[in-house]
Write a protein that binds this ligand. Structure first.
Ligand code: GLN
Length: 542
């Protein structure tokens, strides 16, 4: 029977609960167990799809088209297990469905309440669709003490009570801060956080302590005593310089052993960690450096591009180089002379984005990369803008644009309201709801023979994840191809351009999908490996 691990956080947010969960998933896998990881977010948004990346970081899209929290990206990158819609739930979605049931009259006039109705709904999600995995790891978003998190904590308390100690355990991640003026590590915030958790009826089995330095025995003993756990269940989580080192450090601290012991499992085998050692070695001893410019709009908050920065790092691992990222707010390139900032870079990447603001700056960056033979990688919006750039400057269509920015004489990129998903027709109304109505999730793409895309993928069909409302207009295919821009990947019905490339350029590609969502440190995405390889080549020329 499946065992459940609940991960909560205390003291402050941003301690890396997602990473901790992902790394534990990787460790359990390394011991031969199957895992699924799930995220429970207590906020009232139905999903993160309509939340600002400024506030919430990137929206991670699953194969089955769910717009989810970025922690699901960590889970996939560490375990390789593709996440699904059922792995991510928010309080908003649960309330939405409860209220819909209430309106239908499903409760037969009964009072609908947080306990038991919402907590039952949470309990159902915890165990649903789990593929009978050996372990299901459930991360509870937010911090213990948040009012909105209470129903989730109550639900996991009930769940643990129902399935028993050998089938559900609780891990609490806290912070042990160093106070410079006292030259001491402080355990009090951890004590208080666990006290708060216990007041709701949850006794953690393991306390995972984030700290910027080793925690001395004295403090560990104190935490054990005050938090009512054994000394060996106090696990330090010391800051590391690469996130891919986390599974290795956790193992050294005995985290995976403690988790198994908490379930009453005695496993004397060592986990197979070679994969992680190799990745860390590769990151620590690069044989060169490349500089990649990211020209975007949300560059103030790096979490807005989490999967992208990881995928670029994976491209670096594949080529044994360190990838330095230079972030540019695209609007600065709207004045000509600023393009000089791009002079020293070995590659330019325009990531996904929305809206007109800054788009002309991104187009200017495309022009720069095209004219200076600098490798260019356009992702989603970055592909659409690259097509517009080529149409305007090589295709003699000065008015080429996207209907995303308003009516347009040459709508080379336009809104799509009907398309095929496998055999099914998907229909959207123009200007309808914003939530969940884009082309979302994995779609098939046919890669044309004898193209750079084909060489990169080495496969005729690929599946990649999408999240966009607009498409390159296939009606312009001939004009674009005459200008030198080849449509090298297309949907199976031949209607939706998926990959474009410039033949007369060392490396110029645009993809309508988000390849970064499928890249893993142990299996870098071929487009990112190839882009970084081209950047390495370029760096040797300058
Ligand atoms: N704004 C564009 C669209 O909706 C691109 C979206 C994206 O880059 N994810 O089609």
């Amino acid at each position: 029977m499946t065992r459940f691990v609940f991960i909560t956080g205390g003291v402050v947010s941003s301690l890396g609960k997602g990473l901790a969960s992902a790394a534990l998933g990787a460790l359990l896998q390394a011991r031969g167990y199957s895992v699924r990881l799930r995220k429970f977010d207590p906020y009232l948004n139905v999903d993160p799809g309509t939340m600002s990346p400024y506030q919430h970081g990137e929206v991670y899209v699953t194969d089955d088209g769910a717009e989810t929290d970025l922690d699901l990206g960590h889970y996939e990158r560490f375990t390789g297990v593709p996440s699904r819609r059922s792995d991510s739930v928010t309080a908003g979605r649960l309330y939405q469905s409860l209220i819909a049931q209430e309106r239908r009259g499903d409760f037969l006039g009964g009072t609908v309440q947080v306990i038991p109705h919402l907590t039952d709904a949470i309990n159902d999600v915890i165990s649903a669709d789990s593929d009978n995995a050996d372990f299901v790891l459930c991360e509870i978003g937010g911090t213990v003490g948040d009012i909105e998190g209470l129903p989730f904590l109550e639900a996991i308390r009930q769940f643990g009570n129902r399935v028993g100690r050998d089938h559900a355990i609780f891990i609490h991640l806290t912070l042990v801060p160093y106070i410079p003026s006292a030259a001491e590590l402080k355990t009090k915030p951890t004590q208080h956080s666990v006290k708060e958790l216990r007041s709701i009826g949850i006794q953690p089995d393991i306390v995972l302590c984030r700290c910027d330095r080793p925690i001395p025995e004295l403090e560990k003993n104190k935490i054990a005593l005050f938090c009512n756990v054994s000394r060996s269940a106090v696990i330090p989580a010391i800051d590391v310089d690469t996130i891919y080192e986390v599974p290795l450090r956790y193992h050294e601290e005995g985290f995976d052993t403690q988790v198994l012991e908490a379930f009453g499992i005695r496993d004397s085998n060592e986990p197979e960690l070679k994969r992680w050692e190799k990745i860390v070695n590769n990151i620590r001893s690069p044989e060169g450096d490349v500089k990649i410019a990211i020209v975007g709009k949300y560059t103030g908050l790096k979490d807005a591009y989490k999967s992208l920065t990881e995928a670029l790092a994976h491209g670096g691992i594949a080529n044994r180089v360190r990838v330095h990222l230079q972030w540019f707010e695209s609007e600065i390139f709207e004045s000509e002379d600023r393009l000089q900032h791009l002079a020293g870079v070995n590659g330019v990447l325009v990531p996904g984005g929305f809206g007109e603001r800054g788009s002309e700056g991104k187009i200017a960056a495309v022009t720069f990369a095209r004219q200076h033979n600098v490798p260019y990688f356009g992702i989603c919006f970055g592909m659409q803008l690259a097509v517009i750039e080529v149409a305007r400057n090589l295709g003699d269509m000065p008015e080429a644009g996207s209907t995303e920015f308003g009516p347009c004489n040459e709508p080379i990129v336009g809104e799509l309201t009907e398309w095929l998903h496998g055999q099914e027709l998907e229909i959207r109304e123009q200007g309808g709801n914003l939530g969940g109505t884009m082309r979302l999730g994995a779609y098939e793409c046919i890669v044309a023979d004898d193209t750079m895309a084909r060489r990169v993928y080495d496969s005729e069909t690929v599946f990649e994840r999408h999240r966009h409302r607009y498409e390159v207009n296939i009606g312009y295919r001939d004009q674009l191809e005459k200008s030198g821009l080849l449509i090298s990947g297309i949907s199976p019905d031949g209607m939706l351009p998926e990959i474009v490339e410039l033949s007369e350029h060392p490396w110029f590609m645009g993809v309508q999908f988000h390849p970064e969502l499928r890249s893993k440190p142990f299996s870098p995405h071929p487009l990112f490996s190839s882009f970084i390889k081209a950047a390495v080549k370029q760096s040797r020329l300058v």
